[in-house]
Design a protein around this ligand. Structure first.
Ligand code: DGY
Length: 329
């Protein structure tokens, strides 16, 4: 019998995909940073039983409609807004993501971004490297305290909880907003549930970790930024489109808020000429939330495992559209 065909949309370490090669014919896009062109992905998907995709690949009807043999899509991310889940479910295609293995790493980065924005770390580092440092001065690059302030976490999933845990080390007051209450975080970390409006009004640090959905698109709009404290710092480690970037630029320029730490943008990679990048009170990172060597390795291993299970008719470990599970043993 012919081996199933698996297409991987980015260059990954050969040794990590070795287990797949034992039972499948595996092909990989040969670039580390450049995404696979859409037309090529459509072509590859036509013969694929499994796709291992990146969060930057749009997987919609134009791909699934032509992928007659496609059984599983393993997305190398916890977020899956790049995949049309309803379409996959309708076609009986399993969609898997990589939750849990990246929670602590992403929380580390999120908290680091908060600290960098609060204490102006990137600005200060550039200042030294550019030879601008002439002498010590009382308010030279003075930032804002983090300890004993209030953090407001929007989206209390596993990453949110891990950020809250880090905030306890700084003796912060923790507010959170989520679709449902997180009683464990309330009990163990002292997190206090509140409405979105209350959170953005009271918090010194507003941390966005909510997934991008139709409901959360542009959740942080002009009205939201106007309700924040002028000393507030906004941190986004979720998806760019949860924020109305025009409104954020206005809020930062007009001093409605004090600063922002952004790991994600509406369009990635962000245009180097984008107005957000010209603002001194913005710390911008290239979507590296889960980017530690250990965690990225675990994420790839999980994707490979989900594909292997699927090809062997076994339930994948981390499936999003559980409606398709009855097809497995
Ligand atoms: C994800 O996996 O969805 C995150 O954006 C990682 O950085």
């Amino acid at each position: 019998m012919e081996k199933p065909y698996v297409f991987i949309t980015r260059k990954l370490p050969e040794q990590l995909i070795e287990p797949l090669k034992e039972i499948a014919h595996v092909e990989m896009w040969d670039h580390e940073e450049e995404p696979v062109p859409h037309e090529l992905l459509v072509e590859k998907a036509k013969k694929a039983t499994a796709l291992l995709t990146m969060l930057s690949d749009k997987v919609d009807e134009s791909i699934m409609g032509k992928a007659a043999h496609l059984k599983v899509i393993a997305n190398l991310a916890v977020g899956y807004d790049n995949i049309r889940i309803e379409e996959a479910t309708r076609r009986g295609i399993s969609v898997c993501n990589t939750p849990d293995v990246l929670s602590d790493t992403t929380a580390d980065l999120t908290f680091g971004l908060l600290m960098a924005a609060a204490r102006r770390l990137t600005e200060a580092a550039e200042y030294v490297k550019n030879g601008e440092w002439k002498g010590w001065s009382p308010y030279l690059l003075a930032g804002r305290d983090i300890h004993h302030k209030t953090i407001g976490i929007v989206g209390m999933g596993n990453i949110g909880r891990a950020v809250a845990k880090r905030a306890t080390g700084f003796e912060m007051e923790i507010l959170y907003h989520n679709r449902s209450r997180h009683l464990e975080a309330e009990k163990e970390l002292g997190a206090v549930y509140c409405s979105f409006d209350e959170l953005i009004t009271k918090a010194d640090y507003i941390v966005c970790l909510t997934p991008l959905t139709n409901e959360t698109k542009h959740l942080f709009d002009e009205a939201a930024f106007k309700k924040m404290k002028q000393s507030a710092i906004f941190v986004n480690a979720s998806r760019g489109a949860v924020v109305d970037e025009e409104a954020l630029i206005q809020a930062l320029k007009e001093g409605q808020i004090a600063g922002a730490g952004l790991d994600v943008f509406t369009r990635e990679p962000i245009d180097p000429q984008h107005p957000l990048l010209s603002l001194a009170n913005v710390v911008a990172l290239p979507h590296i939330g889960s980017a530690s060597i250990e965690t990225r390795t675990e994420m790839i291993e999980l994707c490979v495992d989900n594909i292997l299970r699927s090809l062997k008719q076994q339930k994948p470990k981390t499936i999003i559209n559980k409606e398709v599970l009855p097809q497995y043993c």
